[in-house]
Design a protein. Structure first.
Lengths: 342, 269, 329
């Protein structure tokens, strides 16, 4: 009996080792913002390339930056571009650069769960800043009711939900808040992980959506597709031109329009509070973080192949998930930049 | 007053039945063939399953057993048969210390020791973390059962001219065999449900994990991820996985106790 | 175990009865060395663990010193890391859980040890041991889907209504928070209190009870005033064990505590615990200071559980020795 068990274990161990050669497995980790898009892409790409598995884990943009810098994953993903310090740290550690590749355009939307209210609310800049600063505490505060005449908002306490871990979605949200509210800029600042004045923490876009869904009188910020897929209401936000805009393909594309003309070579750009009458003010690119050099030629070719596919066929999958396509100019620029990967 | 204590006992036990009941209800309705055979689908799409997590958990636990059991088993033999009092004290103390370490701290340790140097999240790292947790339970229980074997057996073997290691291998260990098996099963059941150490070691995988050096999905980790998400389909799968995991753990526990309660067999030769 | 040339056995029946070479030839010495290596590896691994925790928190220990335990700001952007909210959250949830679990647990243990017929006691104990085997993540799932809504819709409003004048029960009822985490933890630690307390109660020698009863005490008086005090140390031991478990719990807590580093007098407030923040932030702590602060938190947790487990074991051993000892106290 014991001998058989022993033999079985040895066989299994060998099987595991042999199995290792059958598929090339690439690991990526990072943002939850584009996770629905990436999970679809990697699934589709695997169908076309059965020998390649790109395993993407959504641990948050902060995690993507950290793990790609550590070298424990082959590529990262983030919606808050790495800052100069982080880029330098990567360069110092590895001896070559880390490259940003925009993949899609998405939007942070304020999604809420107010019993009895299932219409679209309109949020002014003061309202959003006040809610997340904790200075506006009740749903029937004049700052909110003022822009939502005709909607009866209850006198309940607002439950704010934010991210509990380092998040690019948070980066986008706080980037926007820092631009429209001086109080926010000095008190909290912008970043992937901030010292929130109020609120509960949820893990990932999924966690925040889940918490808002289960908690009455709550409001949180999530990527558009999460609100749509879970049939949750999300509000309009007042943009820099004074119009209340809802996040959708058109308004997000409009937000990128101004930045496209002056896209820097490293693709790091912020498009929050963008000019334009129809622009949605809390939009953003999201990026893949790809090392400029790979020691494993197979992995390098696999990733380059994927990025090329992503910029071409991949863009056809985005709109079904409410992510806007990359502008043509950005795609062209990226195709050239792929050659930087060695 | 006495009746109150009865109430306390009743409350405590009914919690277990409540847990089982809810899991069976919610999980039972979501368990289907897909759950056991399909891979996860892209976010927001339904119809996926946890096939890779089931296999992943299997691989992790296999590795954990391969690491934890030999160390615990042979270490216990040393403690029970060879060591002096001081060494025994130190080893036991270390084992108890290891046992009390919160599982998240073991996860950090495994990250520093395995993930960081190899630059890879992997089944290996996850198995190592779980194996560490199996060591103390296996060690202490095995030692106890070995000590429980009556000295008469040892003396008889010696009298027949057997060397010490032969005595251990063919007399003492078989005599304590039931208890040792129980200890291994209980250690196994303990780590089967552990999630925290896997967060920084096995990471997770949407696909099958080839070999031992890649990240892998595991049942507890999927349960966590799916339970905190807003997707109803994922929530259902979390219940189903919870039921599968709990049934597995409870069955192992019950089997282990049944083995033990049949008494320590004395081999006839 | 040194070599000896005498044939008179000294320590055990086998010690020192043969020469080193003879042992080697017979394979005993090899067996001894191999098994010693395995045993030593246990010690090695444990020492390594402590070392890595100490080493890995080097930066933050030197930067913050003891202020780490006094500051409550946890700000990765500005590089400020204070452990106070996490320590507070860990201790508060543990305290709440013990407040609930200890009376229930000891009561149940008394019932099982003193009152229930042996078969009932053994069967119930069997089920309670199964409760202890349920993994943390499953308690977390139950927490999210059952306890949190219950708290938010019924229990917290009720507490607010009746006891809302106490700062403990003020503030909005989120459902998640210190109280909910405490309740879930209570469910998780009750089995430990029950099974250990039951064992120590059972180990109290029979003559203690008989003496009390023969002096005219009622069943309850004999139990509460004689048996339980006799086993007091062991019962405390079980409480410390439960406390150690509660402090280290990760998954169930992070799923129901609210994940916000807050210090608040109100039990309704969301909070954070040491284990939960490590689980959430470790993979993405950007920058060495952040990572090392988290490792320092892990070190704190380790030391806390280490002390508690040590004390617990001493107490339990003391009681069982007392019980099996001479019997006179």
């Amino acid at each position: 009996m014991k001998r058989i068990t022993g033999l079985l274990l040895v066989v299994l161990a060998f099987a595991g080792v042999l199995w290792a050669d059958s598929a090339l497995s690439i690991t990526g980790a990072g943002a939850t913002f584009p996770y629905p898009m990436y999970s679809k892409w990697f699934d589709e790409y695997h169908k076309k390339n059965a020998n390649l598995e790109i395993n993407y884990q959504s641990i948050g943009s902060g995690g993507g930056i950290r793990q790609v810098t550590e070298g424990t994953v082959d590529f990262g993903a983030t919606d808050g571009p790495m800052n100069d310090e982080q880029i330098k740290a990567y360069q110092d550690k590895h001896g070559f650069a880390i490259l940003h590749f925009p993949t899609v355009l998405g939007a942070d939307v304020p999604t809420y769960n107010i019993p009895g209210v299932d219409v679209e609310l309109s949020f002014t800049q003061e309202a959003i800043a006040g809610i997340f600063l904790g200075t506006i505490t009740k749903w029937n505060d004049p700052a909110i009711t003022g822009s939502n005449k005709g909607v009866s908002l209850p006198a309940n306490d607002i439950v704010v939900v934010h991210r509990s871990e380092g998040s690019g979605t948070t980066y986008i949200w706080t980037d926007y808040l820092s631009k429209i509210s001086d109080e926010w800029k000095t008190k909290v600042g912008k970043g992937a992980s901030v010292n929130w004045p109020v609120g509960l923490g949820g893990k990932g876009n999924e966690g925040v959506t889940g918490t808002v869904k289960n908690t009455p009188n709550s409001i949180g910020y999530v990527e558009l597709i999460y609100a749509i897929q879970n049939k949750m209401p999300y509000g309009r936000v007042k943009n820099s031109s004074g119009a209340f805009v809802k996040a959708d393909l058109a308004s997000v594309t409009a937000a990128a329009a101004a930045a496209v003309k002056n896209m820097p070579d490293d693709f790091r750009v912020s498009i929050t509070d963008a000019p334009g009458k129809t622009a949605y003010p809390i939009s953003s690119f999201t990026w893949l973080l790809v090392p400029a050099k790979f020691s494993d030629a197979n992995k390098r070719d696999a990733i380059k192949g994927f990025v090329k596919w992503m910029l071409a066929d991949g863009q056809n999958y985005t709109e079904a998930l409410s992510y806007a396509k990359l502008p043509k100019e950005v795609v062209a620029k990226e195709l050239k930049a792929i050659d930087k990967i060695q | 007053m006495l009746a109150m204590t009865g109430v306390c006992a009743f409350v405590a036990v009914s919690v277990l039945f409540l847990i089982l009941g809810y899991l069976v209800y919610h999980g039972g309705t979501s368990i289907n063939w897909n759950f056991f055979t399909k891979l996860p689908t892209p976010v927001g799409e339904t119809g996926g399953g946890m096939a890779n997590a089931i296999v992943g958990s299997g691989k992790l636990l296999l590795l954990a057993t391969l690491i934890g059991v030999p160390i615990g088993f042979f270490g216990a033999i040393y403690l029970a048969e060879f060591s002096g009092a001081t060494t025994a004290f130190v080893v036991r103390y270390a084992a108890d210390l290891l046992n009390g370490v919160p599982s998240i701290v073991i996860g950090i340790f495994a990250f520093i020791l395995v993930v960081h140097p190899f630059k890879h999240f992997s089944t290996l790292a996850g198995g190592f973390a779980l194996g560490l947790m199996m060591i103390p339970i296996t060690l202490r229980s095995t030692e106890e059962f070995l000590r429980g074997v009556p000295n008469a057996l040892r003396e008889a073997a010696m009298a027949l001219g057997a060397s010490k290691w032969k005595t251990i291998a063919s007399v003492i260990v078989p005599a304590a065999y039931r208890g040792i098996l129980t200890a291994i099963l209980l250690a196994f059941a303990r780590v089967a449900g552990e999630t925290a150490p896997l967060l920084f070691t096995a990471l997770g995988n949407r696909f099958w994990s080839p070999g031992w050096n890649q990240p892998t999905a595991a049942l507890p980790e999927m349960i966590y991820r799916y339970a905190i998400s807003p997707y109803d389909d994922w929530n259902r799968q979390a219940w189903a996985a919870g039921l599968v995991l709990l049934v597995l753990i409870l069955v192992i526990n019950i089997v282990a106790r049944a083995i033990l309660s049949r008494g320590i067999a004395v081999p006839r030769s | 175990m040194g070599t000896t040339t005498t044939t008179v056995p000294s320590a055990g029946p086998l010690a020192g009865s043969r020469s080193f070479l003879s042992r080697l030839r017979q394979g005993d010495e090899i067996a001894r060395m191999i098994t010693f290596l395995f045993a030593a590896s246990v010690v090695l691994v444990t020492v390594l663990l402590v070392f890595e925790l100490w080493q890995g928190s080097d930066l933050s220990r030197h930067k913050f010193g003891f202020n780490f335990f006094r500051t409550s700001v946890w700000d990765p952007i500005f590089g400020q890391f204070g452990a106070l909210p996490f320590i507070y959250g860990t201790l508060i949830t543990a305290a709440v859980s013990l407040l609930i679990a200890v009376p229930l647990g000891i009561g149940a243990a008394i019932f099982l040890a003193e009152l229930a017929p042996a078969r009932v006691s053994d069967t119930l104990e069997f089920f309670i041991d199964l409760l202890a085997a349920v993994p943390s993540v499953i308690y977390g799932v139950l927490g999210i889907f059952i306890v949190v809504p219950l708290m938010r819709q019924y229990i917290q409003p009720a507490l607010k209504h009746s006891l809302g004048f106490l700062p403990l029960f003020q503030g909005p009822a989120y459902g998640v928070g210190f109280l909910t985490a405490g309740v879930v933890l209570a469910i998780m630690v009750i089995p430990y209190i029950i099974s250990v307390s039951r064992e120590v109660l059972l180990s109290v020698p029979r003559d203690q009870r008989e003496a009390a009863l023969s002096l005219g005490a009622t069943r309850w008086e004999s139990t509460w005033k004689v048996v339980v005090p006799f086993a007091r140390a062991g019962i405390f031991g079980s409480i410390f064990l439960a406390l150690a478990r509660a402090l280290g719990e990760t998954m169930a807590v992070t799923m129901v505590i609210g994940n916000t580093p807050t210090i608040s007098a109100s039990l309704f407030s969301p909070g954070y615990s040491i284990a939960a923040v490590i689980a959430n932030e470790f993979t993405e702590a950007v920058g060495d200071l952040h990572t090392e602060s988290l490792i320092e938190l892990a070190l704190v947790l380790f030391i806390l559980t280490f002390i508690l487990n040590g004390v617990a074991r001493l107490l339990i051993v003391a009681t069982s020795q007392r019980g099996s000892g001479m019997g006179n106290v």
